[in-house]
Design a protein. Structure first.
Length: 375
């Protein structure tokens, strides 16, 4: 829109400068000038609307915008049938007037008319009743609340997943978030301690940014406190009113730190109606050059947590299996509600009415008191 406005302004300036060089402009030339001026006014109004509403605008009476042809039509009519609008005076010494037009004469002839056209255009826009539109996505009332509980201990840098366990876990979790369009999602990380990274939110872009910003060492990475991580995730889900509450616990180790026993944390989650899916991410011992020589994962603990809360335990041996596990959980936890959007409107026609009346008054003032012409 800005480009169109600048082009119309350039064309208007060019036509006005050309009119100063033409002693007696033809009717078609005057009509061209009127048309370019009307287009400039129209693009100015459109640009103003775009800047004010920043793309979030609507009109209650959009049909009224068709009346914008009135100011353009009046300008064109005034140029084509100028003699019908302009009073004439018989003067015996026409040689005095043969010097052609100057800038003041051009302003006298056109400026009041342009202000009248602008006033009429603004009033037409006001008649269309512009409104600013505010659309708010309402939080779900019967959706699923999900906490991603992720291990960020030092062992997650092992390369039996490509390029390592941590990066593979971040990628698959990011893909999972993108598929849960209508659910609130939160993020908790743990190693020696547990920390809430993001509360439950519908702002999935923020969750994805936080996932991308995670790094090993954000918490002391030398230990794995599964019980503390599960306790923090449960504390942030227990008061949720969602129809289903889920924790996806991803780890590659066994509980060896923290003040909360994982089994007690699982019982607390079960008491609050929270389902825990446990995902172990490590290849079997000795299965590859990057695999550990001994079993790192306490499968019996993770299986017990899942069974206690009504979830399931999964073991991922590579990134492909990990991705399939997240897809399986995505299918198991289906959301059956439609996203609702609340729309509110605020009238914004009064500034256009005031601006239109101001232009009208300014045009009358210039024509009757300042830019006076005879007759």
């Amino acid at each position: 829109m800005l480009t169109l406005f600048l082009i119309s302004c350039g064309a208007l300036i060019a036509v006005l400068l050309s009119s100063l060089l033409i002693k007696t402009p033809a009717k078609w030339f005057r009509a061209l000038l009127a048309g370019v001026a009307a287009c400039t006014v129209f693009f100015l109004i459109a640009l103003f609307l775009q800047r004010v509403f920043k793309g979030i605008a609507d009109f209650v009476n959009p049909w009224a915008l068709l009346l914008v042809i009135l100011p353009a039509g009046l300008l064109i009519a005034k140029t084509l049938w100028k003699q019908s609008f302009t009073p004439r005076l018989v003067y015996s010494r026409t040689a005095v007037l043969a010097g052609g037009k100057n800038l003041r004469a051009a302003l006298t002839e056109w400026l009041p008319n342009l202000l009248y056209a602008l006033a009429l255009t603004l009033l037409v826009v006001a008649l269309a009743r512009p409104v600013s539109v505010d659309r708010t996505i309402l939080p779900p009332t019967e959706g699923i609340d999900i906490i991603l509980l992720m291990d960020v201990s030092a062992s997650m840098q092992r390369q039996d997943f490509y390029p390592n366990r941590f990066t593979a876990a971040i990628r698959t979790a990011d893909n999972f978030v993108q598929k849960r369009l209508n659910d609130r999602i939160g993020l908790v990380v743990f190693s020696r301690a547990a920390m809430l990274q993001a509360p439950l939110t519908l702002d999935h872009e923020a969750i994805r940014e936080l996932l991308g910003a995670l790094y090993l060492g954000i918490i002391d990475p030398n230990y794995t406190a599964i019980g503390d991580g599960l306790g923090v995730a449960t504390a942030h889900l227990k008061d949720s009113q969602a129809k289903s509450k889920v924790i996806i616990l991803l780890t590659d180790g066994a509980n060896n730190a923290g003040s909360i026993d994982p089994r007690l944390a699982a019982k607390a989650a079960q008491a609050y109606g929270i389902k825990v899916y446990t995902v172990a991410t490590a290849s079997p011992p000795g299965s590859g050059i990057f695999s550990s020589n001994e079993e790192e994962i306490d499968e019996s603990l993770l299986l017990e947590i899942a069974n206690e809360t009504g979830g399931k335990f999964y073991r991922a041996k590579n990134e492909m299996e990990l991705s399939k596990i997240y897809n399986t959980i995505n299918e198991l936890e289906k959301t059956e509600f439609a996203q609702s959007i609340q729309t509110s409107q605020s009238d914004f026609y009064l500034p256009f009415v005031l601006a239109g009346l101001l232009c009208l008054g300014l045009g009358i003032l210039l024509e009757k008191l300042i830019l006076i012409r005879v007759p």
